[in-house]
Design a protein around this ligand. Structure first.
Ligand SMILES: [Zn+2]
Length: 665
């Protein structure tokens, strides 16, 4: 989801987000190693290494079983489940109802025999009486199941122990007729219907002639090697944890309505006119924006074929995705172009991908005519910075206001009012989610920072590239610092539904982890940080990393013990406050006394500027603080005369008090 949505959650005092126009002053690389050895004032005490804690019990057990490793690589016995979906849906825009029918072939790749499996019915957040922790101002129906079958047998909604099923909120439990053995497969079948929720639904729904169809089918819950079944209820705030699979999807809508979905359109000849196909072909052949469907084209026979009985069925296929969404409207314009994604290095080996936008004409006021260009830049930037984009298209979709910004595989749902800065921000943020969590499939519910925090950081890199120096990192840092100095901050390691306030969730999921990554980049240096970040993607794409896989990968690649860093920024709410306490002349030297006034230990990059213009950087290593020292001192030559001294002028580290970091004050 987008930070813009989070803004609305934060208390009014935090809504003022500083937008500084230019970065400036950031050093091109991290400070060089210290030419002067810094001494801790309690150097007699041995340095106590703060351990990564609490070690997640499940993770340690997974290491013991060989599915994970302490080097952050998937273990030799790593496994994850798989499902193939064949789904059909028909939308009736008059009744606002969708009927669905589908089969799921579920592959048990775990070493466990499963007698029960769980299926997510996320639409049940809209069922009467459903529990939720976000504003859902009405109830519709949730999913009505007309048929549930497993292993060839129709099941009844019964409690008890024998074969059957029961529904608890957004979780369906299937008690299987036959145990599902390790290495075995089981087929499930569902018939269902739902009433599309109106605008106001989180993350999708219906707004006039626009339908953004999310969480519209029964989907296998994740069974993983750390926690087994992840069957947390969908309450609205915390996002999702989804397994990978292939999808064949057939979507029936009125003729003349355009459809876009996760996956590749399989039957363009049947649903698109020759003219529409020719325009799409020309978009695929170039790098400019092609208006595939314009204001003048939107009716049966012009953009789409006439269909049968006033309907058309659009078929899509998607490989190795964790979800499928789709959108349809009688009023969409359709723009398309391509983005270069890096060719053979990528998983699909593709040189380019299709970039699309679907939007209503009145959304020109919200800069939707720029959406395809913004999408193109975002995909090209992230493909270079992170990993080549592997999917056949990326599509920005204009949806209900309440979408704010929301990510789906190959698609975004974006609603609301935007200026150009905000619109690029939301487009590039949601597209950033194609890497986290779409490719790197973490558990968003329990560890929101693993997708939102990483994406917030990536968004800043993309904005810096697009707006040439725009310092989005400063906004993240300010949002974190403003919140950290008032009451209410909690640690990052919280389940997304268990934060005491939306503000604390926004900070812990978005701003603080994004700011912590900047700090980690400061600790490791840009090149080493980037190498570890990309290695994490390489190791964990299309898999289910835990936070410890992320931590261990950085330690493995850097060859550094970073346990103090993880503890400080991920498990505690310790604040960083480094200060220049005093500067005194002792013989030929200046003695700079540095205080560590907060609880967060960090290295101290100290920049000494002399009157002749020369600067030296002295870095006090973090180890000085790990034994509990509160003060240390650094000696530098007195001559040439020192004009100023500053801690961390590049602002890599989020210090709560900048004023005490400079000398003279
Ligand atoms: Zn997000």
């Amino acid at each position: 989801m987008a930070r813009g949505v989070i803004f609305r959650w934060l208390s009014a005092g935090l809504l003022v987000v500083g937008v500084s126009a230019c970065s400036g002053g950031r050093p091109a690389s991290t400070p060089a190693p210290a030419p002067t050895v810094a001494r801790g004032t309690t150097s007699a005490a041995p340095a106590v290494r703060s351990l990564t804690y609490p070690v997640l019990e499940g993770y340690q057990l997974a290491v013991n079983r060989g599915t994970r490793t302490r080097t952050g690589q998937p273990g030799p016995h790593y496994w994850q489940q798989w499902a193939d979906y064949t789904l059909q849906a028909e939308l009736n825009p008059v009744s606002k109802r969708m009927t669905g029918k589908g089969t799921i072939r579920y592959f048990n790749r775990s070493p466990d025999t499963l007698r029960t499996v769980y299926v997510q019915l996320l639409q049940n957040i809209f069922a009467p009486g459903a529990k939720h922790d976000t504003n859902v101002p009405w109830s519709v129906e949730g999913i009505t199941l007309n048929r549930v079958a497993a292993q060839g047998i129709d099941l009844q909604a019964t409690g008890g122990e024998g074969p059957g099923y029961d529904v608890n909120g957004t979780i369906l439990r299937l008690r299987l007729p036959q145990p599902l053995l390790p290495g075995g497969t089981a087929d499930f079948a569902f018939d269902w219907k739902l009433r599309v929720p109106p605008d106001g639904a989180p993350r999708g729904g219906q707004d006039g002639e626009v339908y953004f169809m999310n969480y519209w089918y029964p989907q296998m819950a994740v069974y993983d090697d750390i926690n087994g079944w992840q069957i947390d209820q969908y309450l609205g705030n915390a996002e999702f944890y989804m397994g990978y699979g292939n999808y064949d999807v057939s979507l029936t809508v009125p003729s003349g309505w355009l459809v876009t979905a996760t996956g590749t359109l399989q039957n363009p000849d049947q649903v698109l006119t020759a003219r529409t196909r020719a325009r799409l072909d020309s978009a695929r052949a170039g790098h400019g924006i092609v208006h595939v469907v314009t204001d003048l084209d939107r009716e049966p026979g012009k953009s789409t074929t006439a269909g049968t009985g006033g309907k058309l069925t659009w078929r899509f296929h998607a490989d190795n995705v964790r979800d499928v969404a789709w959108a349809t409207s009688s009023r969409y314009l359709w723009d398309a172009t391509t983005a270069a994604v890096g060719g053979a290095k990528g998983d699909g080996g593709q040189d380019t991908t299709l970039i699309q936008s679907f939007w209503r004409p009145e959304q020109r006021a919200n800069h939707w005519d720029e959406a395809a260009r913004y999408g193109q830049h975002s995909i090209e930037f992230y493909s270079k910075y992170l990993w080549p984009y592997p999917y056949p298209h990326m599509t920005a979709v204009d949806g209900p206001n309440s979408c704010g910004g929301m990510e789906y595989p190959m698609m975004t749902c974006i609603g609301g009012q935007w200026d150009t800065l905000g619109f690029y921000e939301v487009v590039t943020h949601e597209i950033g989610h194609m890497w986290f969590p779409m490719m790197v499939g973490s558990d968003e519910k329990r560890f929101a920072w693993m997708d939102e925090g990483l994406t917030q950081f990536d968004q800043s890199q993309s904005m810096d590239d697009f707006f040439k120096g725009f310092d989005d990192e400063a906004r993240n840092r300010k949002n974190y610092l403003d919140f950290s100095t008032v009451a209410g901050e909690v640690e990052l390691m919280h389940h997304g539904d268990r934060f005491p306030s939306y503000g604390s969730y926004g900070v812990a999921a978005y701003y603080k982890p994004a700011t912590a990554l900047v700090a980690l980049r400061g600790v490791l240096g840009r090149d080493l940080f980037h190498k570890a970040f990309v290695e994490y993607i390489r190791r964990w794409r299309y898999k289910h990393p835990s936070p410890w896989d992320f931590f261990e990968t950085f330690e493995d690649v850097s060859g550094r013990d970073l346990s103090w860093f993880w503890r400080t920024w991920f498990f505690e709410t310790w604040r960083l406050d480094q200060a220049i306490d005093s500067v005194t002349t002792v013989g030929d030297s200046l003695d700079i006394e540095i205080g560590n006034r907060g609880r967060a230990p960090m290295p101290v990059p100290l920049v000494v500027t002399r009157t002749d213009g020369r600067t030296d950087t002295v870095t006090v290593p973090v180890e000085v603080w790990l034994g509990g020292a509160k003060k240390t001192d650094v000696k530098v030559a007195k001559e040439p005369a020192v004009k100023s001294i500053e801690i961390d002028p590049g602002r890599d580290f989020p210090d709560v008090d900048r004023d005490n970091q400079r000398w003279p004050r």
